[in-house]
Design a protein. Structure first.
Length: 224
C-alpha cells in the first residue's frame, strides 16, 4: 500500500490540509485573475479514479469544471518565498509558490458570506483522511451534525474534510479552526460553499498535501 501511495503522489506531482467546514453549496461567480499569466501548464488529466489508502476516489468529470480551476502552473509575481501558500478568495484560487516566479494554482471553494476568514497563519500539521469534529457553534445551527462534536465523523468519502486536511494555527500557536481540505463536491469549486474554510478537489488536495512540510515556515496568507 505504501508503494502504491508513493506511486500515486509521484504521479500526481508529475502530472503537474475549518474543523467546522460544512457540505452546503451556494453559487457565487469567481472574480477575475489578479496576476498576469503567460503560458500556463495545465494538468487536466490528473483527476482520474484512484485508490488512496484503501479509499476509492472516483474520477472527477473535469470537463464540467471551468478550465480556470484545473490544477496548473502559472506565472506568479510575488515576494513571498517558495513554499508559501496564498489564498485569493475573490478569484477562487490557491497558489503554492514555486521558485522562479511560478506557482501551482488550484481552484477552490471558499467560505459563504459571513463565515469567510482572512489573515496569516501557518500549517501546524496535516492529516490523511482526517476525522471531522464540527465546532459547537455549527452544531447549534445544524443539529444534524451535533453528534460529531465529541465523537467525530470518521474518515471516508462522506467526510466533509475529504482525503486530506491542512490545519492552520496563528503565530501564538493557537488553532484558528481554519482548514485547507478536500471535498468530493467538485461542482462547488469556484463558489462560496463552506462555513469559512477552503476546499479543493480531492485529487488537488492530495497534490498540495505532498508539497507541504508543516511548521512555521509553511506560511498561509488568506486574502479577501
Amino acid at each position: 500500500m505504501r508503494l502504491r501511495h508513493a506511486f500515486l503522489l509521484c504521479s500526481l506531482a508529475a502530472t503537474l490540509a475549518l474543523t467546522g467546514c460544512s457540505q452546503t453549496t451556494s453559487s457565487s461567480a469567481g472574480k477575475g485573475e489578479t496576476v498576469a499569466v503567460a503560458t500556463n501548464q495545465i494538468f487536466s488529466e490528473g483527476y482520474g479514479a484512484v485508490e488512496d489508502h484503501g479509499y476509492p476516489l472516483p474520477a472527477i468529470p473535469i470537463s464540467k469544471v471551468d478550465k480556470r480551476f484545473h490544477r496548473q502552473i502559472v506565472d506568479y509575481a510575488t515576494r513571498e518565498r517558495p513554499g508559501t501558500i496564498v489564498v485569493n478568495t475573490p478569484s477562487r484560487f490557491l497558489y503554492y509558490v514555486l521558485p522562479g516566479g511560478k506557482a501551482v494554482r488550484y481552484g477552490i471553494g471558499v467560505g459563504k458570506q459571513g463565515f469567510a476568514w482572512q489573515g496569516e497563519a501557518y500549517i501546524a500539521w496535516k492529516q490523511e483522511w482526517p476525522t471531522w469534529h464540527p465546532p459547537e457553534e455549527m452544531a447549534k445551527r445544524r443539529p444534524d451534525v451535533a453528534q460529531y462534536v465529541k465523537e467525530g465523523m470518521g474518515p471516508g468519502l462522506r467526510n466533509p474534510l475529504g482525503a486530506r486536511a491542512l490545519y492552520l494555527f496563528n503565530e501564538k500557536g493557537q488553532d484558528t479552526l481554519f482548514r485547507l481540505h478536500g471535498t468530493p463536491e467538485w461542482a462547488s469549486i469556484g463558489t462560496a460553499a463552506s462555513s469559512g474554510c477552503i476546499r479543493l478537489m480531492n485529487q488537488d488536495i492530495i497534490d498540495l498535501y505532498s508539497r507541504v512540510r508543516p511548521g512555521k515556515n509553511a506560511r498561509v496568507i488568506v486574502q479577501q
